[in-house]
Design a protein around this ligand. Structure first.
Ligand code: ZN
Length: 499
């Protein structure tokens, strides 16, 4: 066996351990009884440690060196070259972090989340502050271990968005913010032009479930290689290219929760199901980054799912599914309802227009925290001031303000920006697909998504983690990530809706 073949076998073991851990994680959030929590935490910690140890072993290092020495001459975008490049990057990074720090971060995250749950319930930021301080200190240590050139924030961001830097985000986000703030203000003066009352009627759970499944199937989600279950927070998880699962939650008093939750997770799942079978059981069998992943969920949820073309096909279906609620509604009324804009306090409930302003605020605050310009004690005040400045609303308490999201309590710093990057990229990709498929709009109006999915498969999905996000984006769209197309899309769409 060549060194490359031996390396692939060792990496497949790591992939199996991670896949098994994902099964346990999926079960934990869907079917596990509460009594299973403590044992499950141990099982997940054991599998996580085994996978980490197997990956950072000297054996992998030697095989990697041997395989690199063997591999002269294969093209730089071949599966083999990309595998070696990605494994070397992951390996060098993983070896930089001492196991004691890995364990400390995991412990702080699980304690932090527990304290956060209570602090949010009581709307008590000072209760969370000491745990958050520990998490922040450990993340700063992590940044030092990983190394950086410009800002410690870069090292943290790179874990989720490889190759992206804080300075790059500042550039893209300042352009985005300059366009969004006046747009939000202008819509805020016309809020009464859209009434979404029709979405707040009673929609029976079983019918919502069936409609969501029908929509996911039409988009191309393969139920032979996936399934949908219920969970408190919707998510997508992959155990293999051939077993990619989604979850959703249902609110009987608000139709969009389950429907757009399903479309969103379906977008993530189409990506995972579309990864080349040749990359199975390798470190390349995943998304290029969280930002690229989010571009797929947002593309299907918003660019497709909240478009007029999509509802030209689906509106009669949704009317038949809920005749008592929608018989008297028009397509136009329904379309405007699902695109209603309102500056609000909670990120996960935010519409397309205001959503990114939530992300921009978190990015500004967390980079200030990491770089030591902001003290934790001053965070709630800075949060409220930021909300007022960008969205014109002020949280009445910290539960609806700085404590609303789980991420920081879980040690995820440098993660939020990927949501905004995904939104921007979703528009660039969709516009590129539109120019490559001249009849795309007509196809969507017929409920036919095959050529769009094929385009995404070829340009994004099948490559898995082979390329850095910046390379993948350049290959797919012919340009770097930009804010302008997203702003143009919003202005056109919402000028029409809000006149
Ligand atoms: Zn997502």
């Amino acid at each position: 066996m060549t060194k490359l073949e031996q390396l692939k076998e060792s990496l497949a073991v790591v992939s199996d351990l991670n896949g098994a851990a994902s099964v346990l994680g999926w079960d934990q959030q869907t079917y596990m009884p509460p009594g299973g929590a403590a044992a499950r935490a141990e099982q997940l910690a054991t599998l996580g440690r085994m996978a980490h140890e197997a990956f950072i072993s000297d054996e992998i290092g030697e095989l990697l060196e041997g395989a690199l020495a063997e591999s002269t001459g294969s093209p730089s975008d071949s599966d083999e070259s990309c595998l070696l490049c990605v494994v070397r990057r992951d390996y060098e990074k993983a070896r930089k972090v001492p196991p004691v720090l890995v364990a400390g971060i995991a412990r702080a995250a699980s304690l932090g989340m527990e304290v956060w749950v209570q602090a949010r319930k009581d709307s008590n930021f000072p209760l969370f502050q000491p745990a958050f301080q520990t998490i922040l200190d450990l993340q700063r240590d992590l940044a030092q271990c990983l190394g950086f050139e410009e800002s410690p924030y870069d090292a943290l961001l790179d874990q989720y968005e490889p190759g992206m830097k804080k300075s790059g985000l500042v550039q893209i986000f300042s352009e985005l913010k300059a366009g969004l703030v006046p747009l939000v203000q202008s819509i805020s003066e016309r809020l009464d032009r859209v009434d979404d009352g029709v979405l707040h009627r009673t929609y029976p759970e079983a019918d919502q479930w069936a409609f969501g499944l029908e929509a996911a199937r039409r988009l191309g989600y393969d139920f032979q290689r996936g399934r949908q279950d219920k969970s408190v927070h919707p998510f997508t998880t992959s155990f293999s290219v051939n077993d990619v699962r989604i979850t959703t939650r249902v609110d009987e008093q608000f139709l969009p929760t389950a429907l757009f939750g399903t479309l969103h997770e379906c977008g993530h799942a189409l990506y995972e199901q579309g990864i080349s079978q040749k990359l199975e059981r390798s470190p390349l069998a995943g998304g290029a980054s969280l930002g690229v992943h989010e571009s797929q969920s947002r593309l299907w949820e918003n660019l497709v799912g909240r478009s007029r073309s999509f509802w030209k096909f689906f509106f009669p279906h949704v009317q038949r599914a809920f005749p008592q609620n929608l018989q008297d509604a028009s397509l136009d009324c329904f379309y405007r309802s699902i695109n209603r804009v309102e500056p609000s306090l909670i990120r996960v409930e935010a519409d397309e227009v205001t959503y990114n302003l939530h992300i921009l605020l978190r990015f500004e605050l967390e980079s200030d925290l990491v770089e030591g310009r902001l003290a934790l004690a001053d965070l709630p005040e800075a949060w409220n001031a930021g909300m007022k400045a960008s969205l014109g609303v002020v949280p009445p308490n910290d539960a609806q303000g700085v404590l609303q999201d789980v991420h920081w309590s879980n040690g995820l710093i440098g993660y939020f920006p990927t949501y905004a990057l995904g939104n921007l990229l979703s528009v660039q990709l969709f516009e590129k697909a539109q120019s490559a498929i001249p009849l795309l709009t007509a196809e969507i109006e017929r409920g036919d998504f095959q050529s769009l999915l094929d385009w995404l498969r070829r340009n994004i999905h099948e490559h898995g983690r082979k390329f850095l996000p910046s390379q993948l984006i350049q290959r797919a769209t012919g340009e770097p990530l930009r804010a302008v197309p997203y702003l143009r899309y919003l202005r056109e769409k919402y000028s029409e809706i809000y006149r």
